[in-house]
Design a binder for this molecule. Structure first.
Ligand SMILES: Nc1ncnc2c1ncn2[C@@H]1O[C@H](COP(=O)(O)OP(=O)(O)OP(=O)(O)O)[C@@H](O)[C@H]1O
Ligand SMILES: CC(C)(CO)[C@@H](O)C(=O)[O-]
Ligand code: BAL
Length: 284
């Protein structure tokens, strides 16, 4: 079936109603576009878990801080449509900001616990914007399953919490981070990196791997594990935003990995002007 592009809330409502009438299971993959294999892995998994996959492409203004990159966020709408079609997507919802935030719009969603700390502390208002747009999308599409990447690990926990707390009903599925062959986590913002920065950015995944290897060799101490990451960041002259060992679900800080308690090591670092994030499970 040919890919359809929907632009308005009424078009989405009509399309969702037709999917429901036909008794088809619906998967939703929200994105900000400039698609890469990470996004396509979510779409392909959606196709396995549902009869029909919708994707959204929307650079959501409310999740960007005033000094962030909203104005220059990379875009390639025609290329994105071709990629969506190749991944089995039936419908792309690509609204203008005025469709999601029309005059008089005044409803915002705050997830109070897992939004704190990490990216929440460094990007004030970011998760309020993410939670607000994702709630709108989940309410509009009411998908049986929605798919998000573990690359944005805190975001995934925020979305799981709002889906549970607001009784939205569908399953929120987290999918593993897709990496370039050399380990760099795929991200639309990798497009900002110069060739030299692209090489230095590898320190992030290298540091996470070093920490995992250290843990496998018997080290549980949080300071030693985070230091393994920091050493790599320093060597490559990346500026740390944070490196933290946290409980994998609640995202609270841990001083050590405990047997049977899944933990996660999360990193945000600036490579030149570009802020990159990545994470890995540790123990559990
Ligand atoms: N490397 C990846 N592997 C798996 N999922 C990913 C990956 N990168 C992004 N995603 C997921 O795709 C969805 C849309 O993300 P988004 O459009 O912001 O892409 P992005 O590459 O993370 O962009 P940015 O560089 O702005 O962070 C999110 O659920 C995100 O977690
Ligand atoms: C989930 C999301 C599409 C909300 O704008 C965005 O934060 C993203 O692309 O990860
Ligand atoms: N991938 C998360 C969206 C953001 O950084 O704004």
């Amino acid at each position: 079936m040919a890919l359809q592009v929907l632009r308005t809330v009424d078009e989405v409502k009509a399309w969702v109603a037709s999917v429901r009438r036909e008794g088809r299971r619906l998967a939703l993959v929200p994105t900000m576009g400039y698609l890469h294999e990470g996004h396509l892995s979510l779409m392909r998994e959606g196709r396995k878990r549902a009869d029909v996959v919708a994707a959204s492409i929307f650079v959501n203004p409310t999740q960007f801080g005033p000094k962030e990159d909203l104005g220059r966020y990379p875009r390639d709408f025609q290329g994105d449509l071709a990629k969506c079609a190749s991944a089995g997507v039936e419908v792309v919802f690509a609204p203008e900001p005025s469709v999601m935030y029309p005059p008089g719009y005044q409803t915002y969603v705050e997830v109070t616990e897992v939004s704190q700390g990490l990216c929440g502390a460094r990007r004030p208002g970011h998760f309020r914007g993410v939670a607000t747009i994702v709630t709108q999308l989940l309410c509009l599409f009411r998908p049986d399953v929605s798919l998000f990447g573990e690359k944005d690990y805190q975001q995934l926990q925020v979305i799981k919490a709002l889906n549970r707390d607001l009784h939205l009903g569908g399953e929120v599925l987290g999918m593993p981070t897709v990496r370039e062959a050399d380990g760099l986590a795929m991200s639309s913002r990798n497009a900002y990196l110069t060739a030299e920065e692209r090489q230095r950015a590898l320190a992030i995944s290298r540091g996470l791997q070093a920490a995992q290897a250290l843990h496998r060799a018997g080290t549980s101490d949080g300071v030693a594990l985070t230091e393994a990451v920091r050493r790599e960041l320093r060597a490559a002259e990346l500026r740390e935003d944070y490196v933290e060992l946290v409980d994998a679900e609640r995202l609270t800080s841990l001083s050590a990995v405990q047997p049977g308690q899944p933990a996660r090591l999360l990193v945000a670092a600036f490579c030149g002007a570009t802020r990159l994030i990545d994470n890995q499970p540790i123990g559990g």
